[in-house]
Design a protein around this ligand. Sequence first.
Ligand SMILES: N[C@@H](CCC(=O)N[C@@H](CS)C(=O)NCC(=O)O)C(=O)O
Length: 237
Amino acid sequence: MIPSRSHSRRRSNESLLVKITVIRLVNPRVNKIDNGVNYETYNKEEKCRRSYCTANCQDQLKEDFVKINPQHTIPTIQDNDFVLWDSNAIVTYLVDKYASDDNLYPKDLQLRATINQRLIYNAAVLFTNLRNICRPILLGMEKTVPKEKIEQLENAIEIFDKLLEGKQWLVGDSYTLADICSVTTISSLTTVLQLEKYPNVHAWVKRCEEQLPGYEKYNEPGNKELVDTFHQKVESS
Ligand SMILES: N[C@@H](CCC(=O)N[C@@H](CS)C(=O)NCC(=O)O)C(=O)O
């Protein structure tokens, strides 16, 4: 049985949550046509933090970026001399290092282990399925989405729907990094799926829209851009 968390100290983490959301949600913008590298700078606090964001598919392949991240993926952060990539890894680092409390990533061993599992499911299963569908369409390599890819994605989201059975949030009784990271992927699945078919997921996405600070500002525009671009490029079969 996973211990529950209270909402009591939630407010104190809002500014951090917004930063995390910003860093995570620059991802869809990689497909936007724009010349030059756009460096988003998060220097509102004393500590030097930079998030490298690129607005063009080629920018992330530039020498200075590949030097710090040979995998050339976005997001990548640099915190003084420390470089880290993969949004799921980045957010756990940011909370551990900068958050005023552990609400978003509890130190409790079992809660944390379960959050880690959900983050890995997001990165390895949900995001991978989404990328396998979106990338060839966005890059003009395919015009339709093969049925098998849709079936794999449906299978992944059916499992995710079961994880939310009888629950408000993925882990414990308040939102955590697991919800923040997963909803950025799940909301992009509207490119190919109708979320209404998955009642727990549908209700949870609505909850995230209403309750995650910064959701509308930071998730909606990039997500809309991704979904619209995808629909312009895909041929309906
Ligand atoms: N699991 C990684 C995925 C990162 C990723 O694949 N980002 C894409 C944009 S959504 C990217 O950087 N693509 C450019 C490239 O691979 O060169 C994360 O969450 O950070």
